[in-house]
Design a binder for this molecule. Sequence first.
Ligand SMILES: [Zn+2]
Length: 70
Amino acid sequence: MSKRGLNSSMESSSWEHFLDRCKYCKNRIDPTRDIYMYGDFGAYCSVDCRAKQMELDERAKNRKNKSTKK
Ligand SMILES: [Zn+2]
C-alpha cells in the first residue's frame, strides 16, 4: 500500500469541496455557472443567496452594537 500523493489530493479536494455547495441554501453550485464569493471562504450559488447572507451578518452586527450601547 502506498501513501504517495494522498495528502495533496485530499487538500485539493477539500478546497474544491467548500466551493461545491452554497453556504446559504446548501444547494450544489453548478461549476459551469458563476460562483459568488463573500466573507470567510463563503461561496454562494446566486447573488440572492449572497445578499441574504450579508443581510444576516448585518443584522447580527447591529444586534451586537445595540446590546453594547445600553
Ligand atoms: Zn444558494
